[in-house]
Design a protein around this ligand. Structure first.
Ligand code: B16
Ligand code: MG
Length: 216
Protein backbone atom coordinates (compact mmCIF):
# COMPACT_ATOMS: atom_id res chain seq x y z
CA UNK A 1 0.00 0.00 0.00
CA UNK A 2 3.02 2.27 0.49
CA UNK A 3 3.10 3.84 -3.01
CA UNK A 4 -0.68 3.97 -3.38
CA UNK A 5 -2.09 7.42 -2.64
CA UNK A 6 -5.42 6.99 -4.41
CA UNK A 7 -7.90 4.25 -5.31
CA UNK A 8 -10.03 4.50 -8.44
CA UNK A 9 -13.10 2.31 -8.22
CA UNK A 10 -15.10 1.01 -11.13
CA UNK A 11 -18.82 1.38 -10.30
CA UNK A 12 -20.94 -1.42 -11.76
CA UNK A 13 -19.73 -4.74 -10.33
CA UNK A 14 -17.42 -3.18 -7.74
CA UNK A 15 -19.43 -0.65 -5.70
CA UNK A 16 -22.91 -1.81 -6.69
CA UNK A 17 -24.27 -4.73 -8.67
CA UNK A 18 -26.29 -3.11 -11.45
CA UNK A 19 -25.08 -5.81 -13.87
CA UNK A 20 -28.28 -7.86 -13.42
CA UNK A 21 -30.36 -4.79 -14.38
CA UNK A 22 -28.19 -4.33 -17.51
CA UNK A 23 -28.72 -8.01 -18.36
CA UNK A 24 -32.52 -7.85 -17.93
CA UNK A 25 -32.78 -4.69 -20.06
CA UNK A 26 -30.58 -6.07 -22.89
CA UNK A 27 -32.40 -9.41 -22.70
CA UNK A 28 -35.76 -7.66 -23.09
CA UNK A 29 -34.48 -5.86 -26.19
CA UNK A 30 -32.89 -9.00 -27.67
CA UNK A 31 -36.14 -10.99 -27.22
CA UNK A 32 -38.17 -8.32 -29.01
CA UNK A 33 -35.65 -8.32 -31.87
CA UNK A 34 -35.38 -12.12 -31.93
CA UNK A 35 -31.61 -11.99 -31.38
CA UNK A 36 -30.11 -14.83 -29.27
CA UNK A 37 -28.63 -13.47 -26.04
CA UNK A 38 -27.29 -15.48 -23.08
CA UNK A 39 -25.67 -14.73 -19.73
CA UNK A 40 -22.34 -15.71 -21.29
CA UNK A 41 -22.89 -13.07 -23.98
CA UNK A 42 -23.70 -10.62 -21.19
CA UNK A 43 -20.29 -11.19 -19.59
CA UNK A 44 -18.71 -9.61 -22.67
CA UNK A 45 -20.60 -6.38 -21.95
CA UNK A 46 -18.97 -5.72 -18.57
CA UNK A 47 -17.33 -2.29 -18.56
CA UNK A 48 -18.13 -1.80 -22.27
CA UNK A 49 -20.07 1.32 -23.38
CA UNK A 50 -23.76 1.17 -24.28
CA UNK A 51 -23.32 1.44 -28.07
CA UNK A 52 -20.41 -1.01 -28.10
CA UNK A 53 -22.52 -3.41 -26.02
CA UNK A 54 -25.28 -3.20 -28.63
CA UNK A 55 -22.79 -3.96 -31.42
CA UNK A 56 -21.68 -7.09 -29.52
CA UNK A 57 -25.31 -8.24 -29.11
CA UNK A 58 -26.04 -7.62 -32.79
CA UNK A 59 -23.16 -9.91 -33.83
CA UNK A 60 -25.80 -12.68 -33.59
CA UNK A 61 -28.51 -10.79 -35.50
CA UNK A 62 -29.69 -12.15 -38.83
CA UNK A 63 -29.99 -8.74 -40.49
CA UNK A 64 -28.17 -5.43 -40.62
CA UNK A 65 -29.49 -2.50 -38.56
CA UNK A 66 -29.21 1.14 -39.60
CA UNK A 67 -27.50 3.67 -37.33
CA UNK A 68 -30.93 5.19 -36.58
CA UNK A 69 -32.34 1.82 -35.57
CA UNK A 70 -29.31 1.17 -33.35
CA UNK A 71 -29.70 4.51 -31.61
CA UNK A 72 -33.42 3.82 -31.04
CA UNK A 73 -32.58 0.37 -29.62
CA UNK A 74 -29.91 1.73 -27.27
CA UNK A 75 -32.36 4.39 -26.08
CA UNK A 76 -35.05 1.75 -25.48
CA UNK A 77 -32.59 -0.38 -23.50
CA UNK A 78 -31.54 2.62 -21.43
CA UNK A 79 -35.18 3.52 -20.69
CA UNK A 80 -35.80 -0.01 -19.36
CA UNK A 81 -32.53 0.10 -17.39
CA UNK A 82 -33.31 3.55 -15.91
CA UNK A 83 -36.74 2.28 -14.82
CA UNK A 84 -35.11 -0.60 -12.90
CA UNK A 85 -32.60 1.78 -11.28
CA UNK A 86 -35.58 3.22 -9.38
CA UNK A 87 -35.31 0.10 -7.17
CA UNK A 88 -31.76 0.98 -6.05
CA UNK A 89 -31.21 1.93 -2.40
CA UNK A 90 -28.13 2.17 -0.13
CA UNK A 91 -28.80 -1.51 0.74
CA UNK A 92 -27.53 -2.37 -2.76
CA UNK A 93 -23.97 -1.25 -1.99
CA UNK A 94 -21.88 -4.42 -2.27
CA UNK A 95 -20.72 -6.08 0.97
CA UNK A 96 -17.56 -4.60 2.49
CA UNK A 97 -17.52 -1.49 0.30
CA UNK A 98 -18.53 0.96 3.03
CA UNK A 99 -15.83 -0.37 5.37
CA UNK A 100 -13.19 -0.12 2.66
CA UNK A 101 -14.20 3.45 1.81
CA UNK A 102 -14.15 4.42 5.49
CA UNK A 103 -10.76 2.72 5.97
CA UNK A 104 -9.24 4.53 3.01
CA UNK A 105 -10.68 7.87 4.15
CA UNK A 106 -9.19 7.33 7.60
CA UNK A 107 -5.76 6.67 6.05
CA UNK A 108 -5.96 9.81 3.91
CA UNK A 109 -6.08 7.81 0.66
CA UNK A 110 -7.89 9.70 -2.11
CA UNK A 111 -10.81 8.00 -3.83
CA UNK A 112 -12.39 8.28 -7.26
CA UNK A 113 -14.95 6.57 -9.47
CA UNK A 114 -13.87 5.55 -12.98
CA UNK A 115 -16.97 4.18 -14.75
CA UNK A 116 -18.03 3.69 -18.38
CA UNK A 117 -21.63 4.37 -17.41
CA UNK A 118 -23.50 7.52 -18.39
CA UNK A 119 -25.83 6.72 -15.48
CA UNK A 120 -23.12 6.83 -12.81
CA UNK A 121 -24.36 10.04 -11.15
CA UNK A 122 -27.97 8.88 -10.60
CA UNK A 123 -26.70 5.48 -9.43
CA UNK A 124 -24.37 7.06 -6.86
CA UNK A 125 -27.21 9.34 -5.71
CA UNK A 126 -29.59 6.36 -5.32
CA UNK A 127 -27.13 4.44 -3.13
CA UNK A 128 -26.19 7.54 -1.12
CA UNK A 129 -22.53 7.77 -2.21
CA UNK A 130 -22.54 10.99 -4.28
CA UNK A 131 -20.27 12.72 -1.77
CA UNK A 132 -18.06 9.75 -0.93
CA UNK A 133 -15.45 10.37 -3.66
CA UNK A 134 -12.89 13.09 -4.40
CA UNK A 135 -13.48 12.72 -8.15
CA UNK A 136 -16.11 11.08 -10.34
CA UNK A 137 -15.23 10.35 -13.97
CA UNK A 138 -17.87 8.48 -15.96
CA UNK A 139 -19.22 7.81 -19.44
CA UNK A 140 -20.38 11.43 -19.79
CA UNK A 141 -16.78 12.70 -19.47
CA UNK A 142 -14.91 10.47 -21.92
CA UNK A 143 -14.64 9.98 -25.69
CA UNK A 144 -13.14 6.46 -25.56
CA UNK A 145 -14.47 3.82 -23.21
CA UNK A 146 -12.60 0.94 -21.54
CA UNK A 147 -10.28 -0.79 -22.54
CA UNK A 148 -9.03 2.70 -23.49
CA UNK A 149 -7.25 4.19 -20.44
CA UNK A 150 -8.99 7.61 -20.74
CA UNK A 151 -11.43 7.20 -17.82
CA UNK A 152 -8.69 6.19 -15.36
CA UNK A 153 -6.13 8.68 -16.68
CA UNK A 154 -8.67 11.48 -16.12
CA UNK A 155 -9.58 10.23 -12.65
CA UNK A 156 -5.89 10.09 -11.69
CA UNK A 157 -5.36 13.63 -12.98
CA UNK A 158 -8.36 14.88 -11.03
CA UNK A 159 -6.94 13.31 -7.87
CA UNK A 160 -3.64 15.10 -8.63
CA UNK A 161 -1.74 11.80 -8.58
CA UNK A 162 0.72 10.04 -10.89
CA UNK A 163 -0.55 6.79 -12.50
CA UNK A 164 1.66 4.56 -10.35
CA UNK A 165 0.18 6.15 -7.23
CA UNK A 166 -3.37 5.10 -8.20
CA UNK A 167 -4.82 1.64 -7.65
CA UNK A 168 -7.65 0.67 -10.01
CA UNK A 169 -10.30 -1.74 -8.69
CA UNK A 170 -12.16 -3.48 -11.54
CA UNK A 171 -14.56 -6.35 -12.22
CA UNK A 172 -14.29 -6.33 -16.03
CA UNK A 173 -11.58 -7.56 -18.40
CA UNK A 174 -11.97 -4.34 -20.41
CA UNK A 175 -11.50 -2.31 -17.22
CA UNK A 176 -8.44 -4.29 -16.10
CA UNK A 177 -6.89 -3.68 -19.52
CA UNK A 178 -7.75 0.03 -19.26
CA UNK A 179 -6.08 0.32 -15.86
CA UNK A 180 -2.96 -1.47 -17.08
CA UNK A 181 -2.88 0.78 -20.18
CA UNK A 182 -3.10 3.83 -17.88
CA UNK A 183 0.06 2.59 -16.14
CA UNK A 184 -1.76 1.89 -12.88
CA UNK A 185 -1.65 -1.17 -10.64
CA UNK A 186 -4.97 -3.02 -10.87
CA UNK A 187 -6.89 -5.09 -8.37
CA UNK A 188 -9.22 -7.37 -10.33
CA UNK A 189 -12.28 -8.45 -8.38
CA UNK A 190 -15.41 -10.51 -9.05
CA UNK A 191 -15.80 -11.60 -12.67
CA UNK A 192 -12.40 -10.26 -13.76
CA UNK A 193 -10.48 -12.14 -11.08
CA UNK A 194 -10.88 -15.39 -13.00
CA UNK A 195 -9.97 -14.08 -16.41
CA UNK A 196 -7.18 -14.47 -18.94
CA UNK A 197 -3.67 -15.16 -17.74
CA UNK A 198 -2.17 -12.38 -19.89
CA UNK A 199 -4.43 -9.76 -18.36
CA UNK A 200 -3.91 -11.07 -14.85
CA UNK A 201 -0.15 -11.10 -15.30
CA UNK A 202 -0.26 -7.44 -16.29
CA UNK A 203 -2.50 -6.65 -13.36
CA UNK A 204 0.11 -7.62 -10.84
CA UNK A 205 -2.00 -7.12 -7.74
CA UNK A 206 -4.79 -9.41 -8.88
CA UNK A 207 -6.17 -11.83 -6.35
CA UNK A 208 -5.36 -9.72 -3.29
CA UNK A 209 -8.46 -8.38 -1.60
CA UNK A 210 -8.71 -4.68 -0.92
CA UNK A 211 -8.79 -5.41 2.79
CA UNK A 212 -5.51 -7.33 2.47
CA UNK A 213 -4.04 -4.40 0.54
CA UNK A 214 -5.01 -2.07 3.35
CA UNK A 215 -3.20 -4.24 5.87
CA UNK A 216 0.11 -3.87 3.96
P1 B16 B 1 -24.64 2.99 -19.42
P2 B16 B 1 -18.83 0.28 -15.18
C1 B16 B 1 -20.45 -0.10 -17.27
O1 B16 B 1 -20.26 0.37 -15.95
C2 B16 B 1 -21.18 -1.43 -17.26
O2 B16 B 1 -20.35 -2.43 -16.67
C3 B16 B 1 -21.52 -1.86 -18.66
O3 B16 B 1 -22.23 -3.08 -18.64
C4 B16 B 1 -22.36 -0.75 -19.32
O4 B16 B 1 -22.67 -1.10 -20.67
C5 B16 B 1 -21.57 0.56 -19.28
O5 B16 B 1 -21.27 0.89 -17.93
C6 B16 B 1 -22.36 1.71 -19.89
O6 B16 B 1 -23.47 1.95 -19.06
O7 B16 B 1 -25.51 2.35 -20.44
O8 B16 B 1 -25.32 3.19 -18.08
O9 B16 B 1 -23.98 4.25 -19.92
O10 B16 B 1 -18.62 -1.16 -14.88
O11 B16 B 1 -17.75 0.88 -16.09
O12 B16 B 1 -19.08 1.11 -13.95
MG1 MG C 1 -17.69 -2.86 -13.83
Amino acid sequence: MSDIKGVIFDLDGVIVSTDEYHFQAWNNLAEVEGVPFSRDDNERLRGVSRMESLEIILEKATREYTDEEKLAMATRKNDIYRESLKNLTPDDILPGVKDVLAGLRERGVKMAIGSSSKNAQPILAAIGLSDAFDAIVDGTHISNSKPDPEVFAKAGEQLGLAPKECLVVEDADAGVEAGVAAGMPVLAVGAASGHSAAVLHAADLTGISLNEMLMK
